[in-house]
Design a binder for this molecule. Structure first.
Ligand SMILES: [Zn+2]
Length: 183
């Protein structure tokens, strides 16, 4: 098991639509690494591309708000229906440190997904869990919370977004240098 680096806004991997999972052979190792990385970063949800894995997987653990709730793993998920009623809730994001935005989303959704045993499920979700699911599915589609607010809201975080972009660019530059030395 290993803790993986959380990738921040500005890295193009977070703008890609993640690939569906076909091979489940190594899935438990990947999921264990994702949980370890999420807990290390004090997150309650994590999408695979946030740790650089191009697979349609996300995990959630909201047991800090509801002790009876277990950890959740969603593979190849799709929202198949949602309620017209929406609500506003403030969301933060591991890939956007220092930014929190009020996001409007449907209150209830119906999600179709697979678990690591390959079994398909169809369930209704609401509350914090339903909210977190919608946030993580956005990630797997290359969408951030900053894309879900008006230009006026986004502009408040212009400086933060710029510095995150620069930081991601610098990190990627370093990787290229290392590769250069290996040649
Ligand atoms: Zn996020």
């Amino acid at each position: 098991m290993s803790v993986l680096d959380i990738i921040h806004y500005g890295n193009p991997v977070l703008r890609k639509v993640c690939k569906p999972v076909n091979k489940f052979d190594n899935i438990n190792n990947i999921i264990n690494d994702m949980f370890e990385s999420m807990y290390e970063a004090d997150g309650i949800g994590l999408a695979a591309n946030q740790v650089g894995i191009d697979m349609h997987i996300f995990i959630i653990d909201i047991s800090h708000t509801d002790e009876t709730d277990d950890t959740h793993i969603f593979i190849n998920s799709k929202i198949i229906a949602f309620e017209n009623e929406k609500e506003i809730f403030q969301e933060g994001c591991l890939s956007l440190p220092g930014i929190a935005l009020d996001i409007l989303r449907p209150k209830k959704i119906i999600l179709k997904y697979q678990t690591p045993d390959k079994i398909w499920h169809e369930n209704k979700f609401e509350g914090l869990l339903g909210r977190a699911i919608q946030h993580e599915i956005d990630h797997l589609n290359g969408v951030f919370i900053v894309d879900r607010v008006t230009e006026l809201e986004r502009i408040k975080y212009k400086a933060e977004l710029k510095s995150l972009e620069k930081e991601s660019k610098d990190k990627m530059g370093k990787v290229t240098e290392k590769k250069g030395f290996l040649l």
